[in-house]
Write a protein that binds this ligand. Structure first.
Ligand SMILES: *Cc1c(COP(=O)(O)O)cnc(C)c1O
Length: 516
């Protein structure tokens, strides 16, 4: 593990900062999410310093995407550091405003904003990042009623024919350009010029800048060079169409990979070939007879589930240097002055990913030998607590926390205890494990806790914040009563009796009551 990493191995134990992860599970239970405060502060400062170095042209802001981690204590740390925020929903807006954030550094994204949401944005003084063609009319109306001039940016959607490599958002071979076009966000270019002219005639709306977020299609610097070229070209087109306008701020969104990038690593990239060619081959093998068929399957399985080593993604410093230099070069080429332009970025996974781990205990090591050998390590967590990763086909690296430097001696699927296949990591090499051993699933600080759900009525785990030797709960674990708290059983279905029998008190059958 690198220097500057909150994780270390000491005497065979995995530590996060100065805390032994096995002790954390003994103290706080299993499973739990754990967040490193020093890692978060360091990540923020690295982004801030790299942006300031790469963009001396004007001020810079880091607006971490709140959806990646909605825990308020985590957000308070970022607000204390001076970070802004990229937010999407009215609910995220309400959350971030409780953390002492500077509202001028908050960008409110999202299509279909309601009048109430726009009013809340205007009252709070946050930036409205416009996504719909007629949203500006609603902003003008609400801002006029409040007697305020609202500052907005347009979220643009340039074409990206130069980005021909495969997008990581699909398991199939789909060019980034298609992946980007079918994504709903951003204003299509054909509406932008007219929208600008409409805003310039408005009394209560000011267009202060442009915003562009494509997402994590590809971890490479090549991807970012291509994105900034097309963004810069569109900014140039718009500046020529609006002769008296200059961008005051440019926001390049997020999408940089996190250091142990787990994104789209579920299967090797040869999946498509394996499906098209491999499947008929595997089925054809049955002609060999059942025994030979199964023993061949057993030998082929490691190929199907095997992990391909990929080179680590670029560092924050590399990303930012490439982004700032390619954007500046394209803007200069377009004749757009960058003097005084405020540059903003909205990292989600690259800000939070390596700040978090997920700790779980082994329940059972299950094996079979017939019809072919297979191994599972069943844990007390579930992919439903790591749901963001399922949607992005993640494969998170993991460590047996109590035996962290032991060599791998077996291959097994790391699985969760819901009734689905619940595959956390397929065909993983690991040391022998016993029931009760703690496993640390790494790189879970972004999108995992914030997407956890309650399948099989499993209560969602707590989050613990570690700071040096200190550890404290920043999000409570759900109880079984929390899981059923929103259920209402009508009296005619015995609701009142269910409640009464649980409490041992007789209640009239006509009472409708939630199960407490
Ligand atoms: C999701 C999102 C981000 C963060 O994306 P990452 O890939 O996690 O960096 C930033 N900006 C906007 C508008 C987003 O929707």
């Amino acid at each position: 593990m690198d220097s500057g990493d909150c994780l270390s191995i000491r005497d065979g134990r995995l530590f996060i900062e100065e805390c032994d992860t096995v002790d954390l599970v003994e103290r706080f239970g299993s499973p739990i999410f754990v967040t490193s405060e020093s890692q978060l502060r360091e990540n923020y400062r690295r982004f801030r310093d790299a942006m300031a170095r790469g963009w001396p042209d004007g001020p810079v802001d880091i607006l971490p995407a709140m959806k990646a981690n909605t825990t308020l204590a985590t957000r308070c740390i970022l607000s204390e550091e001076g970070a802004g925020a990229d937010i999407y929903s009215p609910e995220e807006l309400s959350g971030v405003l409780r953390t002492g954030v500077d509202p001028r550094r908050v960008s409110v994204n999202g299509g279909g904003k309601t009048r109430e949401h726009i009013r809340a944005c205007i009252e709070a003084g946050v930036r409205i990042t416009v996504e719909d063609v007629f949203e500006i009319d609603l902003v003008e109306e609400v801002a006029a009623a409040a007697g305020i001039k609202a500052q907005v940016r347009f979220r643009v959607k340039p074409a990206l024919p130069n980005l021909w490599r495969r997008t990581d958002f699909s398991q199939l071979s789909v060019p980034i350009d298609i992946g980007h076009q079918v994504y709903k966000s951003g204003i299509p270019p054909e509406y932008l010029v007219e929208m600008g002219h409409r805003v310039f005639r408005m009394e209560h709306v000011e267009l202060v800048g442009l915003h562009f977020h494509a997402g994590r299609h590809h971890p490479s610097l090549w991807f970012w060079e291509g994105l900034m070229k097309r963004f810069g070209r569109l900014v140039g087109d718009l500046c020529r169409a609006w002769p008296n306008w200059q961008p005051g701020e440019l926001d390049i969104g997020g999408g940089m990979a996190s250091p142990r990038d787990p994104h789209n690593r579920e299967f090797p990239r040869s999946e498509f070939v394996l499906t098209a060619v491999g499947y008929p081959f595997l089925v054809g093998l049955r002609g060999l007879g059942e025994k030979a068929y199964h023993s061949t399957l057993e030998r082929i399985l490691p190929v199907l589930t095997g992990q391909r080593e990929r080179k680590p993604p670029p560092t924050v410093e590399d990303y930012v240097a490439t982004i700032t230099s390619s954007l500046r070069a394209e803007l200069q080429h377009q004749g757009v002055s960058t003097d005084g332009v405020r540059l903003q970025t909205e990292p989600g996974r690259a800000m939070y990913g390596n700040t978090g781990i997920h700790l779980t205990r082994v329940k059972v090591h299950k094996r079979q030998t017939q019809p072919f050998a297979y191994n599972w390590v069943l844990t007390d967590t579930t992919v439903f607590f790591l749901a963001g990763g399922v949607l992005e086909h993640n494969r998170h690296p993991f460590v047996v926390a109590s035996n962290a430097d032991a060599p791998a001696t077996m291959t097994a699927d790391l699985v969760g205890h819901s009734c689905y296949a619940d595959q956390i990591n397929l065909g993983a090499d690991m040391p022998e494990v016993r029931p009760g051993d703690v496993i640390a699933i790494l790189e879970t600080g972004a999108y995992q806790e914030s997407s956890a759900s309650n399948f099989n009525a499993l209560p969602r785990p707590a989050t613990v914040l570690v700071n040096g030797m200190d550890a404290e709960v920043i999000k409570k674990a759900e109880t079984i009563d929390d899981v059923y708290a929103r259920d209402v059983v009508p009296a005619r279905l015995g609701g009142a009796f269910m409640v009464a029998s649980r409490r041992g008190i007789p209640l009239p059958a006509t009472v409708e009551a939630p199960i407490p």
